[in-house]
Each structure stands twice: as structure tokens, then as C-alpha cells.
Ligand binder design. Sequence first.
Ligand SMILES: Nc1ncnc2c1ncn2[C@@H]1O[C@H](COP(=O)(O)OP(=O)(O)O)[C@@H](O)[C@H]1O
Ligand SMILES: Nc1ccn([C@@H]2O[C@H](COP(=O)(O)OP(=O)(O)O)[C@@H](O)[C@H]2O)c(=O)n1
Length: 653
Amino acid sequence: MEHIDLPALTRAAGTVRLPGSKSISNRMLLLAALAQGETEIRDLLDSDDTKVMLEALKKVGVGVTVTGVNAYRITGCGGPFPGKSGDLFMGNAGTAIRPLTAALALSGGHYRLSGVPRMHERPIGDLVDGLRQIGADVRYAGKDGFPPLEIFPAAVKLAAPIRVRGDVSSQFLTALLMALPLTGETAVIEMTTELISKPYIEITLNLMSRFGVTVEREGWQRFTLRGGQRYVSPGVVHVEGDASGASYFLAAGAIGGGPVRVEGVGRGSIQGDVRFAEALAVMGARIEMGENWIEASAPATGKLKAFDLDLNHIPDAAMTLAVAALFADGPCTLRNIASWRVKETDRIAAMAAELRKLGAAVEEGADWITVAPAPTYSRNAAIDTYDDHRMAMCFSLVALGGVPLRINDPKCVAKTFPDYFDRFGRIAAPVIAIDGPSASGKGTVAQRVAETLGFHFLDSGALYRLTALAALRAGVALDDETGVAAVAATLPAEFPGDRILLAGDDVTEAIRAEEIGVGASKVAALPAVRTALLERQRAYRRLPGLVADGRDMGSVVFPEAPVKVFLTASAEARAERRHKQLIGKGMPANMRPLLQDILQELRERDARDAARSVAPLKQEEDAELVDTTPLGIDEAVAAVLDIVRRKLPQVVS
Ligand SMILES: Nc1ncnc2c1ncn2[C@@H]1O[C@H](COP(=O)(O)OP(=O)(O)O)[C@@H](O)[C@H]1O
Ligand SMILES: Nc1ccn([C@@H]2O[C@H](COP(=O)(O)OP(=O)(O)O)[C@@H](O)[C@H]2O)c(=O)n1
């Protein structure tokens, strides 16, 4: 089985831009499909579940055009689907099959809906019962109460209120609410049991009203849709970041020190799961919130507090709390989470089984689970994920408690968060930042340290050198800030093995030329160029860790790096090294610059790097000085590894 091994980690800090919300993405797709007019949907989640929805919509005659990255134009039908037959595969996407079943049942066609084996175990009977009450012809093609389903044309009548249960899944109510405007008549829905997961209904009502249909609500018992309303495209809509996905990063900040900031959700969010932040606050985490961001850090005391909470309002994000409980100061109870039993897997059973593998004492009931933390946890446990994206994501947090572990079938995160482990690495992978002046030995030492530790390596200077070379080749003047920044933003660079390619051309040697070094230091003084290269550098931060060398690794690019080294040497020693390097490369004596000219050039470059307004070269307060003037390469590497051993004992054995 495929797996990912997570090393023992100690710290998480950084910023994560969230992918779009699954709940909002699939609701918006369906509403746009039923609406009159064209809807531009931006920031749609790119995941298995949204692909399932897009494919199904195309099959029943909805116009779908890709307009950009995660951006689509949906040409609405202005009513029922025009495609009157279709065989639709729904994978394991609950947010697709439920609302589609309702909309198809009211579209007057003949359709089949099926999914993966687990989908055929997830109940849909309450929804089918609701639809049958108004005359829809929905039949079970397999076991009663479960997909696969077969839908036939039927005459629908809305005489009496539709009565549905609310205690199995709120998605049944969402499905009916979104589909009923297709009838054009007044419809009333009454809940026969207490409605769970109410915040998801709020999302549904909110989005329906954005598409022009309002619902009158009496408490959470009775919902009335006045006849004659129809969906109309609101034009351009943006999908909020995924609040359930935010929970992993916020918990990472609470467990791993922080601050970790998520962007895409905040005070202005319509998703109930943003209230996960409140639960973390109950655990003592420090939370800050803006309109469009949330930030979490560990409690001031350093230790998370035990909790006993009703989590009915945040069932998905609550899974993250069950794992955070491992690091609390006492047993933690999660209550009112019956819906866990009918999700991608039986999440209560799965959670209990996997937490026990780590050594936690777990008790479970029909709708609750209690997790009692242990003083230490088993190392290298193999965690099963049950084809459940949330199991994989929440168990990654265990590593932040300094517990290495294996996660089986990590690709199941594709359901909602395909690049989850890369993003997790970008806040949790340890970074060793090595800054210093030219020819101090940064590149040589950083590469050797990376090899010793099995870490990734970033030679940030190479990106500035590539930018200078690419600008020169494109005829852009090196002081044209906008022009050079545009070159930097779209740099077609690749790094296969130890080669460096620019637009496919091998420039490994070319970028080391002295004039390119000078050009690099010129373009590096332009703020817009530095900004353009920032995210590209941060993307190198991956598990198990990164060694990065440059001028501003510790100050700007990775300010949260747990190890920062300022590597230097006297200007004379550095000039001599460069001189030797040129001799070593076989440069003939008549072409070689004189030692004193190299020294002069070096001093000018030092001055330019130190004097510039953005990210000037200087030793940060929290960086440790290593003066390599009297050291050979091996000694310099050993000096840096000593610092790493002291600061990150778990990564150097
Ligand atoms: N501690 C050292 N003692 C002697 N020579 C060194 C030392 N560190 C690096 N060198 C040599 O100096 C040259 C410049 O090192 P490099 O790693 O390219 O520096 P930087 O990345 O800081 O510009 C290389 O030829 C390298 O082998
Ligand atoms: N993080 C970085 C790395 C390099 N640079 C700039 O890019 C130039 C070339 O970087 P480098 O590390 O390849 O150069 P050398 O130090 O090897 O000469 C430096 O002179 C800096 O001006 C930077 O500004 N910030």
C-alpha cells in the first residue's frame, strides 16, 4: 500500500492559502446549473468530489467551460436539466449524489446514479422517501435505502408538506431545498426529527438567496419555499476557502507553537466550521481573526487543555479535535457526533482504532468518543485512513507532537485537498537557513548539510542569477523593475538532478559567470523582483526538511526557521576562494581577474547587498555566527551540524 512517513516534528508556523470549500463548490455548481444565465465561478475547489459533480452536470446537458485556474463558466438551464437520460458515476461524493438525486428526480428524465462500494453503504433512504412523498419516481437498484438509484419521469404534486428526518444527514434537507424551486410551486418541508449539522443548512440557504431564491424558516422545524421563484445567476461568484480544511492548520499552530495563519476564511465566512477556532480556544490556543483570515498559536502555558464539548455544529472539523486531544492535559470528550457513523467511513470506529495504535486510551459510544492522552506515544505506528481524506489529514498532526508515524494511502486526501501534504510541509518542515556574503561557503556548506540530513536544498542565489540571465536574454534592462519582476514571476526554470535549465537550455555553468553574479545582485535590489520570487522559494519547504542558502533566508523567506546561521569569512579569505575556484575551473591566467580585482568586486557586492532597502544582508539577532576564515570545508560543515544538533535534536542522530 502507498504510504507517507512523517518525521518527528516540533514546530509549525507560516501561512496557508486554503483551497475552495467543498460544500460551497458543489452547491454553487448545482445552483449555477439550474439558474437562468451564465455564472462565472472562481476559486472552485479542484478535487475528486467537484470533478464528479462537473462530469455529471455535463452529462445532463449543462454547459461547462474552463475559464482559468479553478475558474469555470456554467451555462445554466434556467430550470430542469435538458438531458433527459444518463448513467452517472458519483464516486464517493456525498455532496454530489444527494442534491443531484433531488434535482434529477424533478427533471422528468430517466437516470441511473451509482458510486464506489462505500457509497452504496451510505444511507439515502430519507431523501428518497421525501421525494416519493411528492410523487417522484426514485427506485433502489441495489439494497433498499442505499445507492445505486434509478430515477424515472413522474408527475410531481406538492399538496401536503414533505416530512423528512433530520438526524441522519443534513444533506437530505439541503438536497430538497435546492431542487424544489424546479417545481415552480410553493413547497413546505417539515422535519420529523431534530436537525443535525444546522450550519450546513445555513450555507445552503445563504447560497440559494445569492441565486435569487429565499426560504422562510420557522426555527429548524419547518421551511417554506414560496412558488414562482427561480434561480437567476448572480454573475461572478467566489468560493470561500475550505473551513474544515483550515482546521488542520489551525490545530498545527496550536500543537506546534505557531503562529499558523490560514487565508480564505475568517469572520466574514458563511461556513459553520470556522467555529472550530472557538473549540481550539477552549483548549487554550491563542486565536486571532480577521475578515478573511484566522491565526492560531499554542497556549501561553505551552500545554493544551482538556475539553468536553458538544460538537454537533462542526462534525467534520471535530475530527481534528480528537487528534489534538492526544496533546491535552487530560481526557477529552467529543459529544453529539452521531453523523460520524455514516460519513466516508464509520469515523467513530476508525478514529478509536487508530488512536489506540498510538497508545491513547479511547472509549466510544453511539454518538461520542473520549480520548485520554498518554505520557508518550508509539513511534512509527502505521495509521490506516479508510479511504477517508479527513482521517489522513488529521493524523498528520501527530507528527507535530514529536511522534514519527506512517500514514497509509495518503492520496485519499484528493477528495478535498489534493496537495495537503505539500501544504502541511510548508508550515511544518524544519528549515535550516544559512545566510551570508558571497564566497563565504554558504552554497558548499548548505549542500553538504542537506545531503547529510537527507533534506531538500534551496540555492536561492541561483534564482536571482537565473532572473538576471533570463532578463538579459529577453533584452530587459536590469534596472527596469516591472520588466525584470515579470521575468522573475514566470521564470521557466527547472532543476533536474544537479543541472539547471532555463526554458529547456542548460545554464548550469552560464549562471555562475561573474557578470551574472553582478547582474543578480542588481536585480536582487529591486523590491518587486524579491516579491515575485518569494512564494517560489517558500515552495521548497517540504518534508522532511529544507536547507536554504542566500541573503535573506532567515530574515524574510523563512523567518520562522528553527535554525539560522550567518556564515561569513574575511573579505580577503573569500576573494582568495573565488580566485582558486576560477583556477580550479581551468580559466586561463590571461582571462582570470586579478585577486585584488576580485576583492574589490566582492567588497562592492557586499556593500550593495548590505545597503539595499529590502532584505539587506545582515546577521539576524537569532542567527548564529559561523566565521569560516580559519575553517576548511569539513570543519565549516561540522560547525553548522553542531548548531543543528543543538537546536533540532530529533533530526540529527
Ligand atoms: N570553509 C572553507 N574553506 C575554504 N574554502 C571554502 C570554504 N567554504 C567554501 N569554500 C570554497 O569557496 C568557494 C566559494 O564557496 P561557495 O559555497 O560557492 O560560496 P557562497 O555560496 O557563499 O558564495 C568554493 O570554491 C568552495 O569550495
Ligand atoms: N537570498 C538571496 C540570494 C541571493 N541574492 C542576491 O543574488 C546574488 C547572487 O547570489 P549567490 O548566492 O548565487 O552569489 P554568490 O554569493 O555565490 O556570489 C547575490 O549577490 C545577492 O545580491 C539575494 O539578494 N538574496
